[in-house]
Design a protein around this ligand. Structure first.
Ligand code: NAP
Ligand code: MG
Length: 403
């Protein structure tokens, strides 16, 4: 059988531990036999990040700017224990944080739905995609414990020395305060990423905040979204029959629960942090969540939402069988291949990606799955497979699909 050819490379970001093992299995079994794969390879495994003083991470992000599509394996974000385990020169920053900062992107997370893994909310028949603003607010806040009576103020000193003040509170007793910020430029990028992703996936956008209470801070988010939508996106949304709407976060929560899914829910940083974990759990499994970083100028980096599955990796190293779910990593590859195909006008490549997704879902729906899914699937004929056996089962389903 002749393999599908590619014109432009994908940026391939390899990673760590069990997901690195799965990465190679997926390439060997599900991609290389079918696609004459062209990638520009970056090894983001922790050892190589350390050897290159983390330059490899920066290089991979810059390559993503150049080629516009990347696929990333889960990577270790070092903590003190990892510094010791890998004898690191430094506690390197999170690669995802570094890449996001360079691409100025927004992360979109969406569940993969399969029969037998039912969302806790019965009316959710389509995925709900969360877009989390990944800059500022409480994550870059300055806080103070107020020891006793006294006045706390917000003070802004302009470059020419003029000051603007607002009283936060006249304390009569001990308490706490917090100061946080955001940037219009960051909110604008966030809005553009959301609207671009909506056009790319043909979904509506909902945006929610608390502008009735936060009349300057949250209201600025609301205004920026509205301005950018009206001036840059409205016509294209109308052409595709898509809508953008803003609502209060409390109203949004109620609507999300009653909805059937199938839209992008844009959230401020903290709301997105909390709501994405809630949605992942409610849809059934973190191992079934995909994640894509979209830059405001339309670069895409696809990955799984879960980590490197460390516990399984140690079992693998000890020669014990593992049953680690590769589905989110497979969908990172298919997302990237489909996007590459779309950008290059390579229909065959995009169709292959969709076929591999179908083969993956069909395999689980036929009862063959990894241990994490066996534990939650309502199918009766379910069977637990080891990691590589499950990937091979997908390959055999794929080979059985009509060409
Ligand atoms: P994790 O790798 O997501 O795994 C947490 C637990 O969730 C696993 O022990 C496993 O449960 C279950 N799980 C997650 N993915 C699974 C899969 N594909 N198949 C089956 N079970 C799965 O999170 P972590 O253990 O907190 O983090 C490990 C490393 O990953 C850390 O070094 C962290 O820095 C990194 N991390 C990277 C990313 C990223 O690159 N995007 C994201 C998050 C974390 P059982 O052990 O009970 O089977
Ligand atoms: Mg969280």
């Amino acid at each position: 059988m002749s393999r599908i050819t590619m014109t432009t490379p994908l940026v391939e970001m390899d990673g760590d531990e069990m997901t690195r093992i799965i990465w190679q299995y997926i390439k060997d079994e599900l991609i290389l036999p079918y696609v004459d794969l062209k990638t520009e390879y970056y090894d983001l495994g922790l050892k190589h990040r350390d050897e290159t003083d983390d330059k490899v991470t920066v290089d991979s992000a810059n390559a993503t700017k150049k080629y516009r599509v990347a696929v990333k394996c889960a990577t270790i974000t070092p903590n003190a224990a990892r510094v010791k385990e890998y004898d690191l020169k430094e506690m390197w920053k999170s690669p995802n944080g570094t890449i996001r900062a360079i691409l100025d992107g927004t992360v979109f997370r969406a569940p993969i739905l399969v029969k037998g893994i039912e969302p806790y909310v019965k009316n959710w028949v389509k995925p709900i995609t969360i877009a989390r603003h990944a800059y500022g607010d409480v994550y870059k806040a300055t806080e103070m414990k107020i020891p006793g009576p006294g006045k706390a103020e917000l003070v802004y000193t302009a470059e020419d020395g003029t000051q603007t003040r607002e009283t936060i509170f006249d304390f009569k007793s001990v308490g706490i305060i917090q100061g946080m910020h955001n940037l219009n430029s960051s909110i604008e990028s966030f809005a553009r990423s959301c609207f671009n992703y909506a056009l790319a996936t043909k979904q509506d956008v909902w945006f929610s905040s608390k502008d009735t209470i936060s009349k300057k801070y949250d209201h600025t988010f609301k205004d920026i979204f509205e301005e950018i939508f009206n001036s840059e996106y409205k016509a294209r949304f109308e052409e595709l029959g898509l809508t953008y709407f803003y609502t209060l976060i409390d109203d949004a929560v109620a609507r999300v629960i009653r909805s059937e899914g199938g839209y992008i829910w844009a959230c401020k940083n903290y709301d997105g942090d909390v709501m994405s974990d809630m949605l992942a759990t409610a849809f059934g499994s973190l191992a079934m969540m995909t994640s894509v970083l979209v830059s405001p100028d339309g670069c895409f980096e696809f990955e799984a939402a879960h980590g490197t599955v460390q516990r399984h990796y140690y079992n693998h190293l000890a020669g014990k069988p593992t049953s680690t779910n590769p589905i989110a990593t497979i969908f990172a590859w298919t997302g990237a291949l489909a996007k590459r195909g779309e950008l290059d006008g390579n229909k065959e490549l995009s169709e292959f990606a969709r076929k591999l997704e179908k083969a993956t879902i069909d395999t689980v729906e036929s009862g063959k799955m990894t241990g994490d899914l066996v534990a939650i699937s309502t199918l009766e004929n379910k069977e637990k497979l080891e990691t590589l056996d499950f990937i091979k089962a997908i390959r055999s389903t794929l080979d059985g699909l009509p060409h």
